[in-house]
Design a protein around this ligand. Structure first.
Ligand code: ATP
Ligand code: MG
Length: 414
């Protein structure tokens, strides 16, 4: 893509009311637009980034047997009343409104209820189990806190997967696979080294739920980490009893601020029973389906990547999520030899299917470099006089600042 064609502009100053580092940088770099507190739109560069994160998650969910679908955002009050999650006294973050034709609806905060009901049409026998289904969808929650930028939205994207199994043993098998798949996601997007399986409250059939917490100063949670075992305990369940139960030692645990990147819950029959999701077992008796839910927030992950990898110059994207792998910066002026060389390299990279943002604008070099640092592509290729005279292109690695001289062939072979 030619930068001269990109409609978004960068800005030097972040909006005054934006306190989080992730939103400050993303707004300045033109990746997102702030609509209201906790509500963001994703602009072309931001959408490319988000789509890359989504794709990593999709691949890992498909690899463990997940089937993708998409459910409605508008929710059926009657359905949610059956599990006692409609009442504002029980769930306090619904956005609700009225139908003109009468009756109430709300925007989906999560989707256990609708998917369980859908499955009553499709699951009837033990032969139909297990089933794993997931979606990427915007959820709506009337969150009170809005200081974390895109990490805590009132409208945000969630990948929510639900598992439907015959019994606890079949459930556990998938639950363990989901944990591994989640760890792969975090490694692939570049936050694996700072993300810990964390024991938290909220388990129904196993005593704990598992959170995946990424250490960050911007985090809202406190966790206690065993670095050797790479597991942690959330403050909410941090007691001597829990420490002992998990076979950990208090002296080894380190307190850190962290942000929840994802979580997995064993739901037991909490939803299948009230919603009548039963199956006929091998011995002919009817049994409630055993469920689990598994959430990850792609928009929150994008914020976490910013918070953990950005530096004082701007965004720093790992290759797996970057909107473009290369930022090709031409120091030429209309039609001179330098810009011709840059044009040729751009054409060759594009032809090979390599994703490149090409700064073809007639702008001062210093300004281009500062903007390139802010945008954060993994590699910057600078085309200057040296490229014309000696065929040497400067390649700068954004994360380390490392500079290498490369030939056109070396760049194209990478
Ligand atoms: P938190 O404790 O941070 O509010 P949660 O326990 O409410 O999270 P879940 O309801 O389990 O989170 O949602 C699954 C995932 O969706 C979370 O792990 C997180 O990645 C993401 N998520 C939850 N709330 C938000 C939000 N307000 N903005 C962005 N992402 C969110
Ligand atoms: Mg929450």
């Amino acid at each position: 893509m030619r930068q001269s064609q990109l409609f978004t502009k960068t800005r030097r100053e972040a909006p005054a009311d934006e306190v989080s580092q992730n939103a400050q940088l993303l707004v300045r770099a033109g990746y997102v637009h702030k609509e209201m507190a906790g509500v963001y739109s994703y602009l072309p560069l931001g959408l490319r980034t988000l789509n890359n994160i989504v794709q990593v998650i999709r691949e890992e969910m498909n690899a463990i047997g997940g089937q993708e679908l998409v459910m409605s955002s508008l929710q059926d009050k009657e359905l949610w009343s059956r599990t006692d999650r409609w009442d504002d006294a029980k769930v306090d973050n619904w956005f609700k409104t009225e139908f003109k034709s009468g009756g109430e609806t709300g925007l989906g905060i999560t989707h256990e209820e609708p998917l369980t009901r859908i499955m009553t049409d499709h699951i009837s026998s033990y032969r139909d189990l297990p089933v794993y289904a997931y979606q990427f969808q915007n959820k709506f929650r009337n969150e009170l806190r809005a200081k974390s930028g895109i990490m805590r939205g009132k409208e945000f994207m969630m990948k929510d997967l639900y598992s439907f199994s015959r019994d606890d043993a079949q459930h556990k098998e998938f639950y363990d696979m989901a944990r591994e798949a989640y760890l792969k996601v975090f490694t692939r997007i570049g936050i694996g080294d700072r993300t810990y399986v964390t024991f938290a409250s909220g388990g129904i059939f196993s005593e704990f739920s598992e959170e995946f917490q990424t250490v960050s100063e911007a985090g809202e949670d406190i966790i206690y980490i065993d670095e050797e075992k790479r597991i942690a305990i959330n403050k909410e369940v941090y007691t001597d009893e829990t420490i002992a139960k998990l076979g950990l030692e208090k002296e080894k645990l380190i307190e850190k601020k962290a942000i929840e990147a994802g979580n997995t819950f064993s739901l037991g029959t909490r939803f299948s029973e009230p919603l009548g999701l039963l199956y006929t077992s091998e011995d002919g008796t009817k049994k409630p389906v055993v469920m689990g839910s598994y959430g990850i927030g792609p928009t929150r992950l994008m914020g976490i990547v910013v918070e953990t990898l950005a530096d004082e110059k701007g965004l720093v994207w790992p290759e797996s999520v970057a909107p473009f792998t290369y930022h090709l910066v031409s120091l030429g002026h209309d039609g001179d030899e330098v810009s011709k060389t840059a044009e040729q390299l751009y054409a060759a990279l594009t032809e090979k299917g390599i994703e490149v943002l090409y700064d073809d604008r007639d702008v001062r070099a210093g300004e281009k470099f500062a903007e390139s640092d802010l945008l954060g592509m993994p590699y910057r290729i600078v085309v200057g006089k040296d490229a014309v005279a000696n065929g040497a292109f400067e390649v700068v690695t954004r994360a380390t600042g490392e500079v290498a001289k490369k030939t056109r062939e070396e760049i194209l072979a990478a």
